[in-house]
Design a protein around this ligand. Structure first.
Ligand code: HEM
Length: 168
């Protein structure tokens, strides 16, 4: 059972770790098309709706994988929940228990709401809405990434299994 949990954990963590790159690519593409369309007053195309939806869906998938790690498979969260008071005094445990999860959840909720509003907005306002929504989401997500060098930092490209918390 423990080997199974660790196996699933490794797969989910790898997926969660690498999904950020196609996500970033999609968001940068949206931003580039958004700025170009806004500046040139271009016509909103079905492809723009498709791109917007693809980015939001991939972000939701990333959220789902994060949620699975959070509620079931991450040893970091399991250890943190054993003693929440102690976890709040430990920078790494607190980061994944509270800061990362909360800020990312806000980013995903924001982008989902924004996507719905952009799709319903008059065509001439959609590019501007996309640029603003993407920039805000990128700032929120960027602020919640465990960048290398932080106390809770993680590699940009994971090639090894994550070590368990020291007192696991
Ligand atoms: C939606 C945007 C999100 C992005 C871009 C993101 C990104 C990341 C990255 C890059 C890592 C480090 C991966 C590694 O160590 O290789 C990570 C770890 C983690 N994330 Fe997220 N995350 C997101 C959302 C969430 C959400 C919403 C939750 C929880 C509800 C969550 C829970 C976790 C947990 C628990 C870990 C640490 C897992 C462990 O090491 O055991 N993430 N995330």
């Amino acid at each position: 059972m423990r080997a199974y949990v660790l196996g699933v954990y490794t797969i989910l963590l790898l997926a969660h770790s690498y999904l950020r790159w196609p996500l970033l690519l999609l968001f940068l593409l949206l931003l580039a098309r958004g700025v170009a369309g806004w500046v040139r007053r271009a016509q909103w195309q079905p492809m723009d709706t498709g791109l917007l939806q693809a980015a939001t869906r991939l972000l939701s998938l990333q959220f789902l994988v994060g949620l699975l790690l959070y509620v079931a498979f991450s040893p970091w969260i399991r250890v943190a929940l054993e003693d929440v008071g102690a976890a709040m005094r430990d920078a790494q445990l607190r980061y994944f228990l509270v800061e990362h999860a909360l800020l990312m959840a806000i980013a995903v909720t924001f982008m989902s709401i924004a996507t719905g509003r952009i799709k319903r907005a008059p065509a001439e306002r959609r590019f501007r809405g996309t640029v603003v929504a993407v920039l805000i989401t990128l700032i929120l997500v960027g602020a919640a990434i465990p960048w290398p060098g932080m106390s809770a930092g993680r590699p940009l490209f994971r090639v090894q299994e994550q070590a368990a918390p020291a007192f696991f």
